[in-house]
Design a protein around this ligand. Sequence first.
Ligand SMILES: CC(C)C[C@H](NC(=O)[C@@H](N)Cc1ccccc1)C(=O)O
Length: 714
Amino acid sequence: MDETTKKKKKTAECCGYPISIFFIVVNEFCERFSYYGMRAVLVLYFRYFLLWDDDLATSIYHAFVALCYLTPILGAIIADSWLGKFKTIIYLSIVYAIGQVTMAISTIHDITDANRDGTPDNFTFHIALSMLGLILIALGTGGIKPCVAAFGGDQFQEHQSRQLNTFFSVFYLCINAGSLLSTLITPVLRAQECGIHTQQQCYPLAFGVPAVLMVISLVVFIAGSGMYVKTDPEGNIMWSVCKCIGFAIKNRFRHRSSSYPKREHWMDWANEKYDKLLIAQIKMVLKVLFLYIPLPMFWTLFDQKGSRWTLQATTMSGDFGAFILQPDQMQTVNPILILTLVPIMDRLIFPLIQKCGLNFSPLKRMTVGMLFAAMAFVSAALVQIEIDKTLPNFPSSSESQLKVVNTYSTTLNVTISPNEHLLIESFGSSADYVTFDHQDITVSLNTNPVITKAFSLIKGGRQTLIIPSDPTVMYLKEDVKSKPREGKNAIRFVNGYTADLNITNLDSIEPSATTNYTLVNQGKRDFVLRHGEQWCEFSRKFGFGASYTFLIPSTVFSDDCESITEVEDMKPNSVHMALQIPQYFLITTGEVMFSVTGLQFSYSQAPKNMKSVLQAGWLCTNAVGNIIVLIVAELGKLPKQWAEYLLFASLLVAVSIIFSIMAYFYTYIDPAEIEAQVRKEQGLEPEEMEKETIEMEEKDEDQKNEQGVKQTKI
Ligand SMILES: CC(C)C[C@H](NC(=O)[C@@H](N)Cc1ccccc1)C(=O)O
């Protein structure tokens, strides 16, 4: 039975949809849960389990994401040239599940924690195992990605073209439902404590649940195997494509003299040796791939949601009254909006546009999607301008900033050479930082006798001059010079008490000493101060992104911690995270128009034996977009973040103009019809041809109207 016949095999239907689709969308839901769930805790695993620094953790994370969108090419080649989509999905899902299990095992600290101190003793083992796991996951997730969407499309018969379009929307909904649930659940699992010998953050559970979901995904897919329409690969198609293109180029070069008549298309130079059908199919694929060239720019903006926009959120306030939103949780707005916008677009907006007689063809939708993404970045720039107004005035690389804290018993007159005079009361501080364009300063205090001391400030840094109860030992302490990470608050204590103090979660602190900064989350936090039998409790409510120095006086125990003074080194964030919602709304509207349409378009414009290849080409635009983000991050940025957002928005507008011109010259095709025409011209399979022609006539006209199809002969 050849493939065309298989396509006509009657499949079980429910409400006009093939029942097999149910297994495919559930499989996609579980797979995306597995992928995004693992991704949600990956950077934290690198940072706090493997103890990598921020730069290494984020670079490896982005490299992994880019790899996940490069491996689709491999999966597509295997599927279209060798195993077929069904077997490729099964085999690569097994690789994927093994990868997830390997990753989960690599996070069990007890495996190498011989001394039972809660940290692994052999990091090489954990790094090697997790890298192996990640490579297998990238192979699996990327490899099956182009096959699953195309395999879903294959389940539909010719008369189900409207259902086919809805399938791609439902498919996208499942992706986002899976990713939304897992991004909410896995961080909670990670926050649990577990372990055999010592209780630690529960990474094995956070990675284990995605591994289980991947196994379920595989089982669900296998469960549907009796119902699928399975198309066999037609030999090593990719190799034939490469050879055919190579021959056309060589042949064209050999006949470059003007004495040879021109051919309609450069691929026609392969006519002498290759089948007309193959040449026609290659032309279809190349036309679409050419159209994809500008598309990575969309993903370059889109993928910055996870990086730049999350960083932007760390400088904002996430207090929504009824709940507190962490900066990285803001990203879940995207899948939530997808779940609401896809049905609205499909059921309301697109039909309405069609009713108005406007031809909103797929390529027009994609162009508008790009413009929405550009508007999202303009919105991000406006929000950034608002944030910048509230940010502290951090020192430039040539400046130094200094603040003075006085824990001496009386008010002091502090003179900082050459002409800075500050009057600072006991257990108080200078109002704000003083900026110097030189590093060497001399500080004089109006004590009796006058105390004078020279200091060298840090270039580009912020410091506090701590004047303790014995001012002769005044000293400099380095301050935070950027907003604390993840919207947390940086706090520290100066011990003005006469003896050592113990403070909850901090090391013991000597008299006159200052602790290093500790990061605390938003909300009410309690600290217990102890010295021997004496203790008192001290509570403070924190917002987002502030920094404080708490001055502990000698009377701290007699007045039950009441006299602790708070010095605000950095104001809490005041611009609300809700202001990011418009930019999320715009980028998600853009995503629905661009990504869901692109998925459908890549399927509908591909010849039947190259459906996965074109899906892989589509996913590759995402990989290139991710790589551009990496390069831009490395190359440094514009001095102002809002300017960078505007630059990206303008670049995308320029790219969308180029894309719209390319789209104008693109003629939509029905690959099946073109293949039938070529076969007819070749005088092949007359019976088969007849059947196809009848079916094509029966085909739903709606799709053509919807897509603005202009049938053409390649
Ligand atoms: C890039 C892929 C083609 C598209 C797809 N991604 C999405 O649908 C995102 N909206 C999912 C998401 C979830 C959570 C946070 C950000 C984005 C995919 O993964 O297949």
